[in-house]
Design a protein around this ligand. Structure first.
Ligand SMILES: Nc1ncnc2c1ncn2[C@@H]1O[C@H](COP(=O)(O)OP(=O)(O)OP(=O)(O)O)[C@@H](O)[C@H]1O
Ligand SMILES: [Mg+2]
Length: 380
C-alpha cells in the first residue's frame, strides 16, 4: 500500500524523453564540491569518490590509490567493458548483474560507469550505493531503496543508479521484495547488483538483469598493470618476484597489489623469497625439504623436522598440502599408487577445512607418503 501511495505522487512527472539526445560523456571534474547530506550518509565508496584520485593520496593502500577511475583504465574483460560502454553512450543501460571472484574489477567497473554518467556533485542525488556494511534485510528494500528509486530529481533528466554491492549477502526476503521494485521503477532507476556467488541471487532477480561474469585476471593482463604501479611507486621488483606475485594472487588483482605493497614495505626489494616469506607461503625449497624428509626419513624424524620448519616459518599445513598436491601430479608414480595418495590428500584437506588438529593431520600426511614409499619399493 505504502509503495503505491508513494509511487503515485512521483512517477508521472518528468519521465525521461526516449527520443532525447544521448547523454554526453563527462569525466569527473577535478574540482572538489561539498558533499550532500545523502552522500555523506551513504558512507559507501561513492561518498568517498573525491578522495580517491591518485594525486595527494600518499597514505592510501595501493588498491585504492590505483583503483581504475575510468572504464578504459580497467585492464581486463575488454568485451564486457566495451558492451557496457556502448550501453552508456547509447543511453540504454539495462539492469546489471556483475559476478565473479574477488578482486577482478566489478566494483571498479560500476564506479567508473557512475563517474561517466554523473557529475561529481550529482552523486548524492543520483546514486545510491549499498554494500555489505549496510543492513541487508527486507527493511532496507522497503525503506531507503524504495524511497530513492521512487522519487525523481527535478533538475536532472535520465535515470538514477542503485548499486547493490555484495548482493549475495542480501536475505531471500529482501531479494524477493526487490523483484517488484526493480520492475516498477525501471523508467526512473537502474539497478546494478554485484556479487561473488551467482547462485546466491534468486533466479527471478537474475532474469531481470543483464549478467556479466568477471573471471580471474590472466597473468598477461596483470603484469602490465603491476608494472605500472611498480613504476609509479619506484619499487624494486625482480623477475622471479613478479612471477611469485602473479602465482600467489591467482587472478585476484587486489591480492597482487596488497602482496606487492606489504612485501615492498617489509623488505624493500620484492624477490620471490621475500614474497613467499611475507605471505607465509612455503618456498619451493621448503617443499623440496618436506618431501625429502617424508620419503627418505623415518616417521618420527620427518614429523619433528617438518614441525620445526612449520613453527620457524609460520607455515600453514593447508598451503603445504596445496604445493605437495602439485608435486604428486608432476612425479611419475604408478597410477594406482597416485590415486591412493590423492584420495588421502583430499581427505586430509577436507578434515583441515573442518577445523581439525594440524598436528594429527600432519601425521596423517606423513603416514600417507610413507605408505606410498613402501608400496613403490614393493612394486619395484
Ligand atoms: N581489471 C582491473 N584492472 C585494474 N585494476 C584492477 C582490476 N580489477 C581489480 N583491480 C584492482 O583491484 C582492486 C579491487 O578491485 P574491485 O574492488 O573492483 O574488485 P571486486 O571485483 O569488486 O572484488 P570483490 O568481489 O571482492 O568486491 C581495485 O582497487 C584495483 O586496484
Ligand atoms: Mg567489490
Amino acid at each position: 500500500m505504502a509503495l503505491d501511495a508513494r509511487n503515485l505522487g512521483t512517477r508521472s512527472r518528468d519521465l525521461p524523453d526516449p527520443a532525447g539526445p544521448a547523454r554526453p560523456l563527462r569525466p569527473a571534474p577535478p574540482r572538489r564540491s561539498r558533499r550532500s547530506r545523502r552522500s555523506r550518509a551513504l558512507g559507501g565508496a561513492l561518498a568517498r569518490l573525491p578522495d580517491m584520485a591518485p594525486a595527494g593520496s600518499a597514505n592510501l593502500p595501493w588498491v585504492e590509490k590505483y583503483r581504475p577511475q575510468a572504464l578504459s583504465e580497467l585492464v581486463s574483460h575488454r568485451d564486457i567493458l566495451s558492451t557496457v560502454q556502448r550501453f552508456i553512450s547509447e543511453d540504454r543501460l539495462p539492469h546489471l548483474l556483475l559476478y565473479g571472484p574477488p578482486g577482478t574489477g566489478k566494483t571498479s567497473t560500476i564506479l567508473a560507469c557512475a563517474r561517466q554518467l554523473y557529475r561529481e556533485r550529482e552523486f548524492g542525488s543520483m546514486v545510491l550505493e549499498l554494500n555489505a556494511s549496510d543492513d541487508r534485510g527486507i527493511d532496507i528494500v522497503r525503506g531507503p531503496i524504495l524511497s530513492f528509486a521512487s522519487t525523481r530529481t527535478i533538475f536532472k533528466k535520465g535515470f538514477k543508479l542503485v548499486i547493490l554491492d555484495e548482493a549475495d549477502a542480501m536475505t531471500q526476503d529482501a531479494q524477493n521484495a526487490l523483484r517488484r521494485v526493480i520492475e516498477k521503477f525501471t523508467e526512473n532507476t537502474r539497478f546494478c547488483l554485484i556479487c561473488n556467488y551467482l547462485s546466491k541471487i534468486i533466479p527471478a532477480l537474475q532474469s531481470r538483469c543483464t549478467r556479466f561474469r568477471f573471471g580471474p585476471l590472466t597473468p598477461e593482463l596483470m603484469v602490465p598493470r603491476l608494472q605500472h604501479v611498480i613504476q609509479e611507486e619506484g619499487v624494486d621488483v625482480t623477475e622471479d618476484g613478479m612471477k611469485a606475485l602473479v602465482t600467489l594472487s591467482s587472478g585476484d588483482m587486489r591480492r597482487a597489489l596488497n602482496i606487492l605493497q606489504s612485501t615492498s614495505m617489509a623488505f624493500g626489494k620484492v624477490t620471490e623469497e621475500n614474497v613467499y616469506t611475507c605471505t607465509g607461503h612455503p618456498l619451493k625449497s621448503d617443499i623440496t625439504n618436506i618431501l625429502d624428509w617424508m620419503l627418505n626419513q623415518d616417521f618420527s624424524t620427518a614429523y619433528r623436522k617438518i614441525m620445526e620448519l612449520k613453527t620457524l616459518k609460520g607455515l600453514a599445513l593447508q598451503d603445504i598440502l596445496t604445493e605437495i598436491h602439485l608435486f604428486v601430479h608432476r612425479v611419475d608414480f604408478p597410477p594406482s599408487i597416485r590415486i591412493q595418495l590423492l584420495i588421502k590428500l583430499a581427505d586430509i584437506e577436507y578434515r583441515l577445512a573442518a577445523g581439525t588438529s594440524e598436528k594429527i593431520q600432519l601425521s596423517s600426511l606423513i603416514a600417507a607418503f610413507q605408505v606410498t614409499r613402501d608400496l613403490v619399493v614393493a612394486e619395484a
